[in-house]
Design a protein around this ligand. Structure first.
Ligand code: PEP
Length: 250
């Protein structure tokens, strides 16, 4: 049985103390036990947030990026061992904002993924097409090619520690959300491609998340698709009631 997951990508929002308050508010609200909760704040917040989490809070901690290197002359970068030592369990890699603003390539994302897995982080690997590609009609080929280049080199034991987040770029932070059919079409294609490469068993146990303007008012329809196992959530993850409501949307 694969897991249902709601992961919050806080992006570059909130001060550390505000992040702590947000997590405390999430902890106070009732969440179903069978949905995995992950929060991914800025690097600067990880320590303070780790301090307020315990076994009862049932919230996992993630970061939003990591370096391909473990240490060295890489000013401003943060390594996977650093994230691990701060208590992060997950890392988001390949987010479209990093692809667009930091020029990250599939090859770089592949290297980051290998390094993060090597240091025992679980990876939320993001992929998705721009609006132009969607209109041109080759969106499935595009996304499958991103996935193939970045993660299909992994070994079987490694791929099982990947969660794929399909995030159409045209839906991120825009208020435009993929229709349930658009999400299902892509998620099914991704799962089939994973099955062709790694076998049905691994494909069926992989959680594939949808991301892009997902909120309580549209999540139920999207999450009810057979190949959608939850969401990577931006804006709505900053509002405790909305973030928790998403856990009740399966
Ligand atoms: C994201 O950036 O991962 C995201 C899904 O953002 P939003 O929910 O705000 O569209």
């Amino acid at each position: 049985m694969r897991k249902n997951i709601v992961a919050g990508n806080w992006k570059m929002n909130l001060l550390p103390e505000e992040g702590v308050d947000l997590v405390k508010s999430i902890i106070e609200l009732d969440r179903p036990n069978d949905v995995v909760s992950i929060v991914c704040p800025s690097f600067t917040h990880l320590h303070a947030i780790r301090e307020v989490l315990n076994d009862q809070s049932q919230i996992h901690l993630g970061a939003q990026d990591c370096s391909t290197h473990d240490s060295g002359a890489y000013t401003g970068q943060i390594s996977a061992p650093m994230l691990k030592s701060l208590g992060a369990e997950y890392v988001i890699l390949g987010h479209s904002e990093r692809r667009a603003y930091q020029g990250e390539s599939d090859e770089l994302i592949r290297e980051k993924t290998i390094n993060a897995l090597h240091h025992d982080l679980q990876v939320i690997y993001c992929c998705g097409e721009t609006e132009d590609i969607r209109i041109a009609g080759n969106y499935i080929e595009h996304v499958l090619s991103q996935i193939k280049k970045a993660i299909f080199n992994l070994e079987e034991t490694q791929i099982q520690r990947i969660t794929i987040a399909y995030e159409p770029v045209w839906a991120i932070g825009t208020g435009k959300v993929a229709t349930p059919d658009q999400a299902q079409e892509m998620h099914a294609a991704i799962r089939k491609s994973v099955a062709n490469h790694y076998g049905e068993k691994i494909a069926n146990s992989m959680s594939i998340l949808y991301g892009g303007s997902c909120k309580p008012s549209n999540a139920k329809e999207i999450f009810s698709n057979p190949d959608v196992d939850g969401g990577l959530i931006g804006g709505a993850a900053l509002k405790p009631a909305d973030f928790v409501a998403l856990h009740h949307s399966f």
